[in-house]
Ligand binder design. Sequence first.
Ligand code: NAD
Ligand code: ZN
Length: 366
Amino acid sequence: MKKIEVKTGSSKYPILVERGLLRRAGKIIAKLLPSRKSRCYVVAAAPVWSLWGKALEQSLAAANIEYKLLELADGERSKTVTVLEQLAERMASTGADRSCAVIAFGGGVTGDLAGLLASMYMRGVALFQVPTTLLAQVDAAIGGKTGVNLRTGKNLLGTFHQPRAVISDPELLVTLPERELRAGLFEVIKCGVIRDGKLFEALEQKKQAIVGRDLQQMERVILASARIKAQVVSADERESDLRRILNFGHTIGHALEADTGYKHFLHGEAVGWGMAAAAMIGTAVRKTPADVAQRIVSTVLSYSPLPEVNSRGEDIVKRLQADKKTIGGKVNFILPISVGKVAIYDKVSNEVIVDAVDQLHYLSRN
Ligand SMILES: NC(=O)c1ccc[n+]([C@@H]2O[C@H](COP(=O)([O-])OP(=O)(O)OC[C@H]3O[C@@H](n4cnc5c(N)ncnc54)[C@H](O)[C@@H]3O)[C@@H](O)[C@H]2O)c1
Ligand SMILES: [Zn+2]
C-alpha cells in the first residue's frame, strides 16, 4: 500500500492508494475511529451505492464497524444546504453523538457535502474520504475543503475540515462513466505540466493503457497527482505561489464554464481547454517555448473528445475581469515554462486572450 502524508497546521493524515484497497478500508478506518463504539455514517450517491455499496459494507463488517447509510440523489443538485440539513437531522434522530464518524463514499459532490456535514455536526466529528471518481482521488478528497452551493454561486458556503484518512482504490474507477474518467485525466495532465515532467511523459506514452483503465497505470497516475496536491496543501503560507500553480488551466477554464452556465463542460473538460489556451498565450507572450506548447496542446487533444468551444473571446475577457481572483484588473495567468514548471504572469493583453479563444474555436471544430 502506497502512503502519502498530508501535514497541515492542524492535522496530519495519510492518503492511501492501492488496487483493491476498498476490501481493507474497514480495517483502516477502525484503527482511526475516535472510539471503539463510534458509529459510522456512510454518505453515498445512489448510483455509487448500487455499484459498490456491497463491497464497502463487507469491508466495514469485516472490521466490526456498524454503519448507517445516508443516501443522496446523484449530482451537483445535492450540494445544497437543504440536503445538508436533512442529513444532519437523520444523524441526530438516530442518536449520532460526538464520537461518530462520517465516511464520504463517492465523487467530489459527496466529499464536499459529507465533509461539511462532518465539520458542522456537533461542531465537528471524524471524517474519512473514500473517493470513487478520478477527480476526487487526485483532487477533491485531499486538502479538507468542504462546501455546498448557493443559488448565487458554487461552493459559497463551506469550511475546512481535514479527514482522518483518504482511502483511494483505483479499482473503483472501472465503473466510472468514460466522460468522467477523461475529465479527471485533464486534472492529471495539469499536475504533470505544473510539477512532474515524468508524469506528463507517462500520459503521452501510455495513453491507451490509461484510457483503457489499466489498473497499474491508474494507480501510478493517482499517486503522482495526489502527491502534488498533498505537497501543495501541506506547504505553509509563505509558499502561497505553490498553491496558485494548481490553478493552471483554470483561469480560462472557469470563464468557459461560467460562460456556458456550468452546463456545457464538465469541470475537467473546461480545464483541458484552459490548459491549451494557457499554452498558446504563453507562446504569444514569449514565456512558453513553441515545442512545450505543442506538447501540451497535443496531449490535451489526444485525451478528447472535448465539447466544442463557442464562447466569444470578448465575453471570456469580461468574465476574467469579473473573476474574484482578478486583482486591480490584472488577470493572473499560470504559464508553462517547460513541461514540469510554470510561472505566474499578469501582463497578458486582451487581444492575446481573444486570439487564444479563437484558436480554441478552431481546434474544437477540427
Ligand atoms: N473540495 C475540493 O477541494 C474540490 C476540488 C475539486 C472539485 N470539487 C468539487 O467536486 C465536485 C465534482 O466532483 P466529481 O467530478 O467527482 O463529480 P460527482 O461527485 O458528481 O461524480 C460524477 C459522477 O460519477 C458517478 N460516480 C462516482 N463514482 C463512480 C464510480 N466509481 N462508478 C460509477 N459512477 C461513479 C457519480 O454518481 C456522478 O454521477 C464539484 O462539486 C466540485 O466543486 C471539490
Ligand atoms: Zn480543477
